[in-house]
Design a protein around this ligand. Structure first.
Ligand SMILES: Cc1cc2nc3c(=O)[nH]c(=O)nc-3n(C[C@H](O)[C@H](O)[C@H](O)COP(=O)(O)O)c2cc1C
Length: 426
């Protein structure tokens, strides 16, 4: 009787994991957020980038545009997708203290990182296999980054090369690194990126093999297309219930066959994209071979931030992989302050995860982030409308950031400090 109650059946009172919604056709990160947001967004799917009122409007358009399994890959978190939701909720627990009577005629959103000035502190976080979302793939993202003056990070398992991305972006691409479990393969990717002109290597450390991406697995069930043509080996770094490291090496070779950063590399001994034995000795070894800036992505604690600085790392990305690594329930915006304490101002700190509004960016900057990354939002824009969609997503976030900077009485990003924040009473 209880279970049949319409009250308990309401998604507002009994939030369903994103996974459960796949079968009903209601897949949307918005569905987590409850009724008000859903009502505010409306149910219409935008038909062109200019119809979007905010970046969330691109999500249903992306869902409409891509096959279910690919959308499931984009949307998924791990377990109950609760950390995906937590990343969003973290921002709603922080209030902004707006100052008045400041001349905000001129607002400077630019931010300099490692000596390069970017038009805003909004960074495009690395997202793998973007041709799965739109034929323009990472090159569409790179062109949008160039058009708007944003920093882009390219995934190791991108469907475009670092050379192609740098050419498309005008030289603004950092190379993200999945080191694999064969040192020489990771080293070769680093050297190739350096030769291509990438000014930074971003080592991702937050994924071990076998993240439990149930929403993806359910989406794969819903997708009735024949997948073997594009995914011949069945290898997946997120293989359900098993570690990829137990799989035959041919599987990995097939997996990276359409991933240009592995072109020409001997991957016959690679069994895992994300090595389970990576430790600080690995960072030390990597530091010795990386001649450009070296950042670590996926740090969420003070202790690891301190260790990273001690190991000569040049910068950090506070990230939980958009809630796709493990179900911690801890928003990255809540990890940010302790990471900043750990680095003690010695290196720049970027944060990503759940950033969907200009006010989120303002809050992260106010806490002390150097820059703020977005993952799914730019991929929604890409999936729905290619480069134009990515540009529109960036434009909306820029507009929203400018608005809150004006409203709060700040005329440059350096002025955005903790003085502009207050904790929301619980
Ligand atoms: C589909 C998808 C693929 C991703 N691929 C990578 C990757 O190859 N390397 C990496 O370091 N992070 C990867 N990430 C994590 C993002 O870089 C970023 O940390 C995360 O998306 C930020 O959260 P948000 O999606 O809520 O903005 C991926 C995220 C998504 C959604």
């Amino acid at each position: 009787m209880l279970a049949a109650s319409p009250l308990l059946a309401s998604p507002r009172l009994l939030p369903k994991p994103l996974a459960d919604l796949l079968g009903t056709g209601d897949v949307s990160e918005k569905m987590f957020a409850g009724g008000l947001e859903e009502f505010q967004q409306g149910s219409d799917v935008i038909a062109s980038p200019d119809q979007a009122l905010n970046v969330m409007d691109f999500e249903p358009a992306a869902r409409k545009a891509v096959p279910p399994a690919h959308f499931g890959y984009l949307a998924t978190g791990v377990d109950d997708d609760a950390t995906v939701q937590a990343n969003r909720e973290g921002y709603s627990r922080i209030e902004i203290r707006a100052r008045r009577l400041v001349d905000v005629t001129s607002v400077d959103m630019s931010r300099t990182i490692f000596g390069t000035m970017w038009s805003t502190p909004i960074v495009l976080s690395p997202v793998s296999a973007q041709k799965a979302f739109h034929p323009e793939g990472e090159l569409g993202v790179a062109k949008a980054a160039r058009a708007k003056g944003h920093l882009m990070m390219l995934s190791t398992v991108a469907t475009a090369s670092i050379e192609g991305a740098i050419a498309a972006s005008g030289g603004r691409v950092w190379q993200q690194l999945y080191a694999t479990d064969v040192w020489e393969v990771g080293r070769s990717i680093v050297k190739r990126a350096e030769s291509a002109g990438s000014p930074a290597i971003v080592l991702t450390v937050d994924i071990q093999d076998g993240s439990n991406r149930e929403t993806l697995f359910r989406a794969q069930r819903v997708d009735k297309r024949e997948c073997a043509g594009c995914h011949p080996s069945g290898y997946s770094p997120f293989a359900r219930g098993k570690s990829a490291s137990g799989q035959a090496s041919r599987g990995f070779a097939d997996y990276v066959a359409r991933k240009p950063m592995f072109d020409g590399l001997d991957v016959s001994k690679v069994t895992a994209l994300h090595p389970v034995n990576m430790n600080w000795d690995f960072v030390k070894r990597l530091r010795d071979v990386v001649t450009v800036k070296l950042l670590i992505k996926g740090i969420v604690t003070r202790e690891d931030a301190q260790l990273a600085v001690e190991h000569g790392v040049d910068g950090l990305v506070v990230s939980n992989h958009g809630g796709r690594a493990e179900e911690t329930l801890r928003p990255t915006i809540e990890s940010l302050p302790e990471v900043l304490e750990g680095v003690a101002g010695k290196v720049p700190v970027i944060v990503d995860g759940g950033v969907r509004r200009g006010t989120d960016i303002f809050k992260a900057l106010a806490l002390g982030a150097t820059a703020v990354g977005i993952g799914r939002p730019h991929s929604w824009g890409l999936a729905a409308f290619g480069q134009a969609g990515v540009e529109a997503v960036l434009e909306i976030l820029r507009r929203e950031l400018r608005t809150i900077m004006r409203q709060a009485g700040t005329t440059s990003v350096d002025q955005i400090t903790r003085n502009y924040l207050a904790a929301r009473p619980s």
